[in-house]
Structures are given as structure tokens and as C-alpha cells.
Ligand binder design. Sequence first.
Ligand SMILES: Nc1ncnc2c1ncn2[C@@H]1O[C@H](COP(=O)(O)OP(=O)(O)OP(=O)(O)O)[C@@H](O)[C@H]1O
Ligand SMILES: Cc1ncc(CO)c(N)n1
Length: 259
Amino acid sequence: MKKVLTIAGSDPSGGAGIQADLKTMTCHKIYGMSVITALTAQNTTGVYGVSEVPPEFVEAQLDAVFTDIYPDAVKIGMVSNKEIISVIADKLIEYKAKKIVLDPVMVATSGSKLCKDDSIEMLINKLMPLATVITPNIQEAEVLCGFEIENKEDMEKAAIKIAEKYSGYILIKGGHLVTGSDDLLYMDGDCIWYEQERINNMNSHGTGCTLSSAIACNLAEGHDVKTSILNAKNYITGALKANFSIGKGRGPLNHCWNL
Ligand SMILES: Nc1ncnc2c1ncn2[C@@H]1O[C@H](COP(=O)(O)OP(=O)(O)OP(=O)(O)O)[C@@H](O)[C@H]1O
Ligand SMILES: Cc1ncc(CO)c(N)n1
């Protein structure tokens, strides 16, 4: 069985963060492991509190995992401050971690901030260079490129701009565009569009976490980046189409739809 590690925040309501990642891994028949960076008090209606894990304890968790069960791929989600980002980058370098999917989580679906403004530079300079693929949504891509994105043409321009600072694969997710849910993969001047008709389902809490974990699972299985994204996109589409509906707000996906 392949092993994947998620480094992310906890969502006690089970739709996003660590919980979404571990469910996704289990439904891919992958052995999932988790290093928790922050506790959040959140549910389908919003984020009501965040308690960051001390960086030394993030470090202790990373040591515990890497010295015992070496992951075949790593997914990084919510990393909310500079100290935590720095410690993660140092440890990933020390343990020579491979196949790293970085979801630069900045804001929750509900609109709450999940990272401090002054940590973004550290994320760009220390963590992004280690990633095989980064998966910003539209809003996060806007922060990374410095201009507004309104359509697919803007997404291509944004990817070209982000590529000035980052040489790996860039997947800009189009889930927040009104026109459709097409995602753009950019690398070395090549654009690949993963086209998907918009599914009429407001229960999309945790789609970003789930997609990046599914990509990590596919990379761990030995698929290349393009195939991993195609498979992950099919998985997320199925999980949205399953039309699961729980909670009082924007509900989670049905992670088990494929079993
Ligand atoms: N209504 C939808 N129909 C089809 N695909 C969707 C829909 N909403 C999101 N997706 C897909 O889900 C994936 C995650 O995209 P999205 O832009 O929602 O990420 P995100 O904002 O990081 O997610 P999160 O809500 O977890 O923060 C992408 O592949 C996107 O295309
Ligand atoms: C813990 C956590 N990570 C990521 C997201 C983004 O969906 C969220 N809402 N919560």
C-alpha cells in the first residue's frame, strides 16, 4: 500500500482540511498520515476559531512520521504562519521528501482567512520551490500573480506571471469562476485545460483539499502529473455529482462515492 502524508489544519466538521485529506486517501486505498498545523473550530457555516500548533510541535510530528513511515507523496494545506512554514520547508529538505502537492490555502469557502498576510512571502520563497505542483484557486492565484482574474484568458496570464517565480506545475482551479469549472495546468509555456461543466451543487466545502489530496494519491501510485490531475478531477466531479447534503451551510462532498 502506498503512503501519503498531509500537512494541514483540522476541520472538526469533517469536510475540509486533515479530515477531508484522510478520507480521500482511504477512498483511494492509500495509507494516510497527518501532521496537524492548526486546529480550527469550523463547520459548514463558517470558521469560528483557529488555534495554531507551536512550530516546535509541527517539527516533532514531522520527525515522528519521516523517521518511521516514509511517505510516497506529501500534500500541504493550511499553513498559517511564517514559523510553521519555515519548519515544514526545513524538514521536507532534511528528509528529501518527494512528490509534494502544495495547496496554498489562504481563505476558507466561507470567506474566513486561514493564513496571516505576512506569511505569504515565506510560502512563495521557501515552500513553493519544493513543490512538484501548486494548486491555487482563483483568489489565491490573484494573490500570487498580483492582478484580478475574471476569465480563462486571465488564468493563462496569471499562470505565466506565477511561473516567473516558480518552476513546477501550476494548477489554477476554476471552481470560483461563474462560467464553468475548468482548471488550467501550466508548465514551461504549455497550457492544458481540464474542462468540466459546472455541477449545480452548493455543497462544495473542502473541494480544494480533496482535489490536492487526490492528486497526491495518484502521484504516490506512480502516475505522472497530468494523469494524476485528470484522475483527481474525475474523483472530485463524482464526489460533487453524488449530491450529498448534510449540515446547515455549504456542506461537504461524498468522499466515498467511488467505493
Ligand atoms: N460546481 C462545481 N462543478 C464542478 N467542479 C467544481 C465545482 N466547484 C469546484 N469544482 C472543482 O473542484 C476543484 C476545487 O476547486 P475550487 O476552485 O473550489 O477550490 P478551492 O476554492 O481551493 O476549494 P475550497 O472550497 O476547498 O477552498 C476544482 O477542480 C474545481 O474545478
Ligand atoms: C482546515 C482547513 N483547511 C483548508 C480549508 C479550505 O477549504 C478549510 N476550510 N479548513
